[in-house]
Design a protein around this ligand. Structure first.
Ligand SMILES: *[C@@H]1O[C@H](CO)[C@@H](O)[C@H](O)[C@H]1NC(C)=O
Ligand SMILES: *[C@@H]1O[C@H](CO)[C@@H](O)[C@H](O)[C@H]1NC(C)=O
Ligand SMILES: *[C@@H]1O[C@H](CO)[C@@H](O)[C@H](O)[C@H]1NC(C)=O
Ligand SMILES: *[C@@H]1O[C@H](CO)[C@@H](O)[C@H](O)[C@H]1NC(C)=O
Ligand SMILES: *[C@@H]1O[C@H](CO)[C@@H](O)[C@H](O)[C@H]1NC(C)=O
Ligand SMILES: *[C@@H]1O[C@H](CO)[C@@H](O)[C@H](O)[C@H]1NC(C)=O
Ligand SMILES: *[C@@H]1O[C@H](CO)[C@@H](O)[C@H](O)[C@H]1NC(C)=O
Length: 353
C-alpha cells in the first residue's frame, strides 16, 4: 500500500466545513469535503478536478489545474495526465524493455526511446469504477486485463481512496497482480498553482517556495528524462538544491547557466522534470513543502513512497484553458512554467536499475 497526504494550511485558519453528500453533481463531479478543504473528482483517470483550500484572507482557492467541462478530459489532445493515476507502471521504462525471471519483455515506445505510463491503455485514459463513497472519501477501482498495454502481462486489480480531513487530502493506492509477476508502480499526478493564477505580478511558478529536506540527492537524467543510473548530490545553492534551506523559491536558480535546459530535451526544457529520492526521513515526516506568499497557502506532503518527481510544467504552451475558478480577466490559459506537478513515486525506471 502506498499512502500520501498533503496538508494545506493558510496563515489564517478557519473552520467552515460544509457537509456535502458525495454523489455526482449536475456537473458530473463527485464532491467530498471537510473543514477548510473541498475536493472534486471524476471517474475518468480517477481524476481530481478541483481542490479548494483557504487562503490567508479565508477565501476558497482552487489550487489544482483542470477543466470545467468534465467531458473534455477524455478529448484533450494534449492530455497532461491532469491530477490522475497513471498506471500500471508510471513514468518511464527505459528503452521499452524490462526483464522478469530472465525473460525480456518489450513495451511500447510512446515517448522517444522509452515507454511512458505503460504505453497504450494506461490508466489515466480509463474510466474507473466508483466503488465506495462517503461525504469525506471516495474510492475508485480498476481491473486491468493482461496485455492491455503491450507486454504488461497478468491482470491487475487496483484501487485508490481519496479522503479529506481538516485541511488535509489523503491518497491511498493499492494494486495486486494475482496471476503473475508484472511491473507495478503508481503515483498521483496532480498539478498545483497555489495562487489559482491570480497573482497579478506573475503566472509563473518560480515564486512558489519548495523545500525537500530529505532530498539532497537527485537522479541524473538524459535528454529523454530517463535516469542514467547516476545519483548526484546537489551542491548548496545549485539548480537542483531544495534541501539546504527551507525558503528556496522554485525559481531560485533561474538565472544560473543550465537552468533553461535543466530538464533535458536538448536544452529546450527549462526548470524541473526530475526525481529526488527521499532519504532517511522519519516515519510520517513532512518530506516536501510547497508554499506561496501571495496566497499564504502552504502544502505539506507526507508519503511512504521512495521519492518525488518535480515537474515545473515546461511543456504547457498557453493553449490549455484555465478553469473559471482560476485566472484573471486578462489571464485564461496555462502558460509555460506556470504550475508544478509533485508526484510521489518509486524510483523512475526502477524495474531496470
Ligand atoms: C536467471 O538466470 C541466472 C543465470 O543464468 C540463473 O542463475 C537463475 O536461476 C535464473 N533465474 C530464473 C528465475 O530462471
Ligand atoms: C495512453 O493510452 C492512450 C489510449 O490508449 C494512448 O492514446 C496514449 O498514447 C497512451 N500513452 C500515453 C503516454 O499517454
Ligand atoms: C467496472 O466494473 C465492471 C463490472 O464489474 C467491469 O466490467 C469493468 O471492467 C470495471 N471497469 C474498470 C475500469 O475496471
Ligand atoms: C500481447 O498483445 C500483442 C498485440 O498487442 C500480441 O502480439 C502478443 O502476442 C500479446 N502477448 C500475449 C502474451 O498475449
Ligand atoms: C485542524 O488543523 C489545524 C491546523 O493544522 C489544527 O490546528 C487543528 O487542531 C485541527 N483540528 C482538529 C479537530 O484536528
Ligand atoms: C516573490 O516573493 C517575494 C517574497 O518571497 C516577494 O518579495 C516578491 O514580490 C514576489 N514576486 C512576485 C513577482 O510575486
Ligand atoms: C534515442 O536513442 C538514440 C540511439 O541510441 C540516440 O541517438 C538518441 O539521442 C536518443 N534520444 C533521446 C531523446 O535520448
Amino acid at each position: 500500500m502506498r499512502h500520501s497526504a498533503i496538508l494545506f494550511s493558510a496563515v489564517a485558519i478557519s473552520i467552515a466545513g460544509s457537509q456535502a453528500v458525495p454523489k455526482p453533481g449536475a456537473d458530473g463531479k463527485y464532491t467530498i469535503s471537510s473543514s477548510g478543504i473541498k475536493a472534486q473528482f471524476i471517474p475518468y483517470g480517477a481524476t481530481l478536478t478541483n481542490l479548494f483550500v483557504k487562503d490567508k484572507a479565508d477565501k476558497d482557492v482552487d489550487v489544482v489545474l483542470g477543466y470545467d467541462v468534465v467531458d473534455y478530459y477524455a478529448k484533450d489532445p494534449g492530455h497532461p495526465v491532469y491530477n490522475s493515476i497513471p498506471g500500471r507502471y508510471v513514468n518511464r521504462i527505459g528503452h521499452g524493455k524490462y526483464s522478469i525471471d530472465n525473460v525480456t519483455y518489450h513495451t511500447e515506445l510512446n515517448d522517444g526511446n522509452n515507454t511512458l505510463h505503460s504505453g497504450t491503455n494506461n490508466w489515466s485514459y480509463r474510466t474507473w469504477n466508483v466503488t465506495a463513497a462517503t461525504d469525506t472519501s471516495i474510492t475508485f477501482s480498476i481491473s486491468d486485463a493482461s496485455n492491455s498495454s503491450l507486454n504488461m502481462l497478468g491482470r491487475v486489480e487496483a484501487r485508490v481512496t481519496y479522503s479529506v480531513d481538516n485541511g488535509s487530502w489523503s491518497i491511498k493506492m493499492d494494486a495486486t497482480s494475482p496471476e503473475r509477476k508484472t511491473p507495478l508502480m503508481l503515483t498521483q499526478h496532480t498539478y498545483f498553482n497555489l495562487d489559482a493564477y491570480r497573482n497579478p505580478d506573475t503566472d509563473k511558478i518560480w515564486n512558489h517556495s519548495l523545500y525537500l529536506p530529505y532530498s539532497k540527492r537527485y537522479l541524473e537524467a538524459d535528454d529523454g528524462a530517463l535516469p542514467t543510473g547516476n545519483v548526484l548530490t546537489a551542491a548548496p545553492g545549485s539548480i537542483n538544491d531544495f534541501a539546504s534551506q527551507p525558503n528556496f523559491l522554485l525559481g531560485h536558480a533561474k538565472d544560473q547557466p543550465g537552468f533553461s535546459g535543466n530538464c533535458g530535451a536538448g536544452g529546450a526544457c527549462e526548470g524541473y522534470n526530475g526525481y529526488w529520492p527521499i532519504e532517511n526521513a522519519p516515519t510520517d515526516a513532512v518530506v516536501a513543502t510547497l508554499a506561496s506568499s501571495f496566497s499564504g497557502i502552504k502544502a505539506e506532503l507526507r508519503t511512504d513512497q521512495a521519492g518525488l518527481v518535480v515537474y515545473s510544467c515546461n511543456w504547457f504552451d498557453g493553449t490549455s484553458a484555465l478553469k473559471k475558478t482560476q485566472g484573471l480577466s486578462d489571464r485564461h490559459t496555462v502558460g509555460r512554467s506556470s504550475c508544478v506537478a509533485l508526484e510521489a513515486q518509486d524510483w523512475v525506471d526502477g524495474i531496470n536499475q
